[in-house]
Ligand binder design. Structure first.
Ligand SMILES: O=C(O)CCC(=O)C1=CC=C[C@@H](O)[C@@H]1C(=O)O
Ligand SMILES: [Mg+2]
Length: 323
């Protein structure tokens, strides 16, 4: 899967495990823990979420190895337009969330959060729409086809609805039922064995792609090229990456021949602090150049020994799968 596969001993020698506190709960977590690899080409991030099985996590490891042992593909742009990401907060918190994303013209709003209702989503989307011209929603597969069709009629014009329903079949059915709302696929690409199945089935208008689960920057560019054959544009989005993982995501976005839509790469705003200073969101865009983690921050955010041992075991198991 990976063009280079270092020895497990070299990977373990290159490993730093860090844990960053988050400002807001996002996808159910308040701390983001990842393993970093420092290789001959730079730094890579192995941040598969802890519950992911090894077969899935191995793709993330391949991406980290690519970043640390090979480096980024050639860039065609220096700055990457990004969207604000609005977690499933009460509507009154929307202004303070959006204040963290200066100059963006696009916002993605989380909807269909377990424990909340459609009225919460409608209020949150309205609060965002009052402040940002282009609005997307992301349901993380939380709706049935009928619930999605009903909800999408309530929000007003959307740039797209991301993963409104869980399965490819549901996305296909919904796209027929609500032809005026473009449908984007995220989990149907990221967590699928065959990331192109949703495109062949006619289940999407936009592809949200995350570099680590696809196995790295070059693999993302390959999938983007294949999707463009279906007329489907790409939105590169973060996997809740630290500043190190963000290097790879930004590099992939910087290398794409076409980038018509803002990328979901401003999630660094969700961390209380990060591994680098100086990647500033300005005029709704981030610079694509790679930044190195700062040694004092690696030390400050080092994960406890038990977690380091857990990641070391995981690296060994996933390396065996890549071989
Ligand atoms: O796309 C964005 O605006 C930010 C990234 C983002 O929303 C996500 C990052 C990581 C995990 C996911 O649950 C979530 C998503 O579903 O897209
Ligand atoms: Mg999503």
């Amino acid at each position: 899967m990976s063009a280079v596969l270092p020895d497990p001993a070299d990977l373990l020698a290159a490993l730093h495990v860090v844990r960053l506190p988050m400002r807001v709960r996002f996808r159910g977590i308040t701390e983001r823990e990842v393993a970093l690899l420092h290789g001959p080409a730079g730094w890579g991030e192995f941040g598969a979420f802890p519950e992911y099985p090894d077969a899935e996590a191995a793709h993330w490891l391949a991406g980290a190895i690519e970043a640390a042992w090979i480096g980024p593909p050639p860039a065609v742009r220096a700055r990457i337009p990004v969207n604000a990401t609005v977690p499933a907060v009460p509507a009154e918190q929307v202004p303070q969330i959006l204040a963290r994303f200066p100059g963006v013209d696009t916002a993605k709003v989380k909807v269909a959060e377990p424990g909340q209702g459609l009225a919460d989503d409608i209020a949150r989307v309205a609060a965002v729409r009052a402040r940002v011209p282009h609005v997307r929603v992301d349901a993380n597969g939380g709706w049935s086809v009928s619930a999605a069709a009903a909800a999408l009629r309530e929000f007003g014009p959307l740039q797209y609805a991301e993963q409104p329903c869980r399965t490819v079949e549901e996305l296909v059915a919904l796209r027929r039922q609500v032809p005026d709302v473009p449908i984007a696929a995220d989990e149907s690409i990221r967590r699928a064995e065959d990331p192109l199945r949703v495109a062949r089935a006619g289940g999407l208008d936009v592809a949200v792609v995350k570099v680590p689960p696809l196995g790295g920057m070059r693999q993302t560019l390959r999938i983007a090229e294949q999707l463009s054959g279906f007329g489907v544009p790409i939105v590169v989005s973060s996997a809740l990456d630290t500043a190190v993982g963000m290097n790879a995501a930004l590099a992939a976005a910087a290398a794409l021949p076409e980038l018509p839509l803002a990328c979901g790469l401003a999630t660094g705003e969700f961390f209380v602090d990060d591994l680098v200073t100086g990647r500033e969101l300005r005029d709704g865009a981030l610079a694509g150049a790679a930044l190195e983690p700062e040694p004092d921050r690696l030390a400050r955010f080092a994960a406890p020994p038990g977690r380091v041992a857990w990641w070391r075991d995981r690296v060994v198991r996933c390396t065996a799968l890549l071989g």
